[in-house]
Design a protein around this ligand. Structure first.
Ligand SMILES: *Cc1c(COP(=O)(O)O)cnc(C)c1O
Length: 356
C-alpha cells in the first residue's frame, strides 16, 4: 500500500474520478464529445494588473451577468465554472457522513462525484423513462431528508427541458431543501429559464456557465444565481481569488453588447446546424432519445461502442452515455460547425454503409 493509499480519507478509496470527455478521449480532429461551442472568439487582454491579486468578486463581471440574466447583483456569485458552484453548494450545505443530495438520472455526473468526494450520500430518483420528466411521486416524499436536489434543465445528456410546473411543485413542497436548477444550456432555449423565480422562491439556486453557448470552456467561468442569503453562505467556502484576472477580462467582453450580439448569432447558427443534422440523422438507423433544446443530440444505436470506435478512426469524437441509467447503447453528439457536421455524417454514413 502506498503512503497515499494509507493516508487518504477512507471514503475516497471507492471514489472514481469524473471521466470527462477531455480525459477519456484524445486525438481526433472533430470534437463533438463535450458539448463545446465550435466557435473560438477573439478577446483583447490587458496585462496591467497581472502583478495584483484579482478581486474576490468582480463587480463589473457580476453586474454584467446580473443584467444579462435579469437578476440583481446581490443574487450573483461568479466562480471557476459551474462545476465549482456544484462543489461549493455541497461543501457549504452538506454535513459529510450524514447529509444527502438527490439526483435524477440520467443526468450530469458532477453532482454525484462532488457529493462523494465530500462524503455526502447520493440518492437517485430516476426520471420517468416514458417522457424523461421528474418522477414526482418518488421525488417529493424523498425531499424531506435532503439538503440539496440537483435538477438539470435542459438536461445533459438528454437535451430536453423539465416541465416548469413540476419544478414549481418541487420548490413549493420542499421548502427546507435547496432546489438547484442547472441551466448550463439555457442560451439554446432562453424562454425556459427560471431566473425570474428567484424573487418568489428562497430555496431556488440556478447554475449558469460561459462554457457552452458562450464558447468559453477554456476560461473557466460560471455563476450561481440565488437569493443573497444563499450567496453569502457560498462565499464562505469560495477561495479568496477564485477567478483569474484574465478570465474576468474575457468574461466581461463576452457579456458586452457586442459579445451578446455575437452570442445570439452563434446560437442561431448552431440551432440551424442542429436542424440540418437532425434531418440527416433521421435517414440513419439511429433513434433520437429526446427532443433537444440544446447544442447536442442523444441517440440510441445498436452498438454504441462499436460506432464510437469507428467514427473515432475517422477523426470524429462523440460521447458514450451507455453507462447512464436507462441509456443503454446511447451516444451523445454535440452540434459542430458545418464542416464538422459534414465529417460526422460522412463517418456515420460510412459506418452504416459498411454494416447495413
Ligand atoms: C458542461 C456542464 C457543466 C459544467 O460547466 P463548467 O461551467 O464548464 O464547469 C455543468 N452542468 C452541466 C449540465 C454541463 O453540461
Amino acid at each position: 500500500m502506498s503512503i497515499a493509499q494509507k493516508l487518504q480519507r477512507e471514503h475516497l478509496a471507492e471514489v472514481v474520478p469524473y471521466a470527462s470527455a477531455r480525459r477519456t478521449m484524445s486525438g481526433g480532429s472533430v470534437w463533438l464529445n463535450a458539448n463545446e461551442s465550435p466557435y473560438s472568439n477573439d478577446y483583447q487582454l490587458n496585462s496591467d494588473n497581472l502583478n495584483r491579486y484579482p478581486a474576490f468578486q468582480s463587480t463589473e463581471l457580476n453586474q454584467s451577468y446580473a443584467e444579462y440574466a435579469g437578476v440583481n447583483e446581490q443574487q450573483v456569485m461568479s466562480c471557476r465554472g459551474s462545476d465549482e458552484a456544484i462543489e461549493l453548494l455541497i461543501r457549504a450545505f452538506c454535513e459529510p457522513g450524514s447529509d444527502q443530495i438527490i439526483v435524477c438520472p440520467p443526468t450530469y455526473g458532477m453532482y454525484a462525484i462532488s457529493a462523494q468526494t465530500h462524503g455526502a450520500a447520493v440518492k437517485q430518483i430516476p426520471l420517468r423513462t416514458a417522457d424523461w420528466q421528474l418522477d414526482l411521486e418518488a421525488l417529493l416524499p424523498a425531499l424531506q431528508q435532503t439538503k440539496l436536489v440537483f435538477l438539470c434543465s435542459p438536461s445533459n445528456p438528454l437535451g430536453n427541458t423539465l416541465a416548469s410546473a413540476d419544478i414549481q411543485q418541487v420548490l413549493e413542497t420542499a421548502k427546507n431543501t435547496l432546489v438547484v436548477v442547472d441551466e448550463a444550456y439555457i442560451e439554446f432555449c432562453p424562454d425556459a429559464t427560471l431566473a425570474t423565480w428567484l424573487e418568489r422562491y428562497p430555496n431556488l439556486v440556478i447554475l449558469r456557465t460561459l462554457s457552452k453557448a458562450f464558447a468559453l470552456a477554456g476560461a473557466r467561468c460560471g455563476f450561481a444565481l440565488a437569493n443573497s442569503d444563499i450567496i453569502e453562505v457560498l462565499k464562505k467556502v469560495l477561495a479568496p481569488y477564485p477567478l483569474p484576472d484574465l478570465t474576468v477580462q474575457v468574461a466581461v467582453q463576452a457579456l458586452s453588447r457586442t459579445g451578446l450580439q455575437r452570442l445570439q448569432q452563434q446560437v442561431s447558427s448552431i440551432l440551424e446546424q442542429r436542424a440540418q443534422l437532425l434531418q440527416q440523422l433521421s435517414a440513419l438507423p439511429m433513434q433520437i432519445v429526446a427532443d433537444s433544446d440544446t447544442n447536442f443530440i442523444l441517440l440510441q444505436v445498436d452498438n454504441a461502442s462499436e460506432l464510437i470506435d469507428y467514427v473515432k478512426q475517422q477523426g470524429v469524437l462523440i460521447r458514450n452515455q451507455s453507462a447512464q441509467v436507462g441509456l443503454a447503447e446511447c451516444v451523445r453528439i454535440s452540434v459542430g460547425n458545418n464542416t464538422e457536421n459534414r465529417q460526422l455524417i460522412a463517418a456515420l454514413n460510412s459506418f452504416y454503409g459498411e454494416s447495413l
